[in-house]
Design a protein around this ligand. Structure first.
Ligand code: 48H
Length: 257
């Protein structure tokens, strides 16, 4: 009995890891934008994995604002919420509130149900850089990175990598710092996030969702950080629409296996 349980878990996990050594799309960060992107890609039969350094995916959604666990979305994002069976309530013309725990768990449920594999407790510490193109990610256990243990990583190959690491823009920063390259931004560099301006921040999240270097796409808060735009506080329509947009960009650009 004791061995059966351990055997089942180890066999199953290692099979999954081995099958996902190469993916169509590697999504770094399991916040709302990354989860929405992963859902639409999996729904279109792309082989997609999400790498999330925390135990629970969901990113900044769980806590609402100042731990008041409610979030706000605008009308423009409702069609996506409807598709994912997420419940909301209108409290002001065109503005809706959602229980943030319901929203975060629904995103995770819908993504995994569509076929997304989520590798939680993993941290992306670098990218694979071949022929001036991002071709994959360099992966380690999150506690290894956090504890600064000197343990070498493994490599996952991908036709497209998505930076959905939120305020950190972690993948874009690493790519820029380590390679003498020009990104598809106004300065050619990661510009950095600006202070809070809700309307501008929300609109620019969608505009800034793009391929910033061959093979590397940005979505959500990372898109605004990279392109030097505003934060917007606990309103999530932009994150959700940006996740859908990056999935569409990738679907138009790369073939699935
Ligand atoms: C693996 C990583 C790594 C790494 C980070 O912050 P998120 O929720 O990101 P978005 O862009 O989907 O949503 C942003 C939103 O939550 C938010 O913060 C808003 C709207 N703020 C506005 C404001 O004014 O403050 O999720 C990013 C995820 C997190 O779960 C991280 O743990 C994870 O990415 N992550 N995972 N490897 N190197 N870096």
């Amino acid at each position: 009995m004791e061995q059966i349980v351990s055997n089942g878990i180890i066999d199953s996990y290692f099979n999954k890891l081995k099958q996902y050594l190469s993916v169509d799309v590697a999504i770094v960060g399991g916040g709302p934008s990354g989860l929405v992107a992963s859902y639409y890609l999996a729904k279109n039969n792309y082989k997609v994995a999400v790498y999330e350094r925390k135990l629970a995916p969901g990113g900044g959604m769980w806590g609402g604002a100042m731990m008041f666990n409610e979030i706000v979305v605008q009308r423009a994002a409702l069609h996506i919420l409807d598709e994912l069976s997420i419940k909301y309530r209108e409290f002001e013309n065109d503005f809706y509130v959602i229980d943030s725990v319901h929203a975060a768990s629904a995103l995770i449920y819908n993504a995994t149900k569509a076929g997304v594999k989520i590798f939680n407790c993993t941290s992306v510490e670098d990218v694979v850089f071949l022929d001036n193109k991002v071709c994959g990610i360099v992966l380690n256990w999150a506690p290894v990175v956090r504890e600064r243990l000197e343990v070498d990583p493994l490599v996952i190959m991908a036709k497209a990598v998505v930076d959905s690491t939120g305020h950190d823009c972690a993948v874009a920063h690493t790519l820029e710092r380590k390679n003498n390259i020009t990104l598809n931004t106004e300065t050619g560099k990661v510009i950095g996030e600006r202070s809070l301006s809700i309307n501008e921040g929300e609109n620019s999240t969608i505009d800034n969702t793009k391929e910033i270097y061959p093979g590397l796409f940005v979505t959500g808060m990372a898109a605004n950080g990279v392109s030097g735009s505003f934060r917007m506080g606990p309103i999530f329509g932009g994150m959700i629409l940006s996740g859908k947009k990056v999935a569409d960009l990738i679907i138009n650009k790369i073939n699935k296996d």
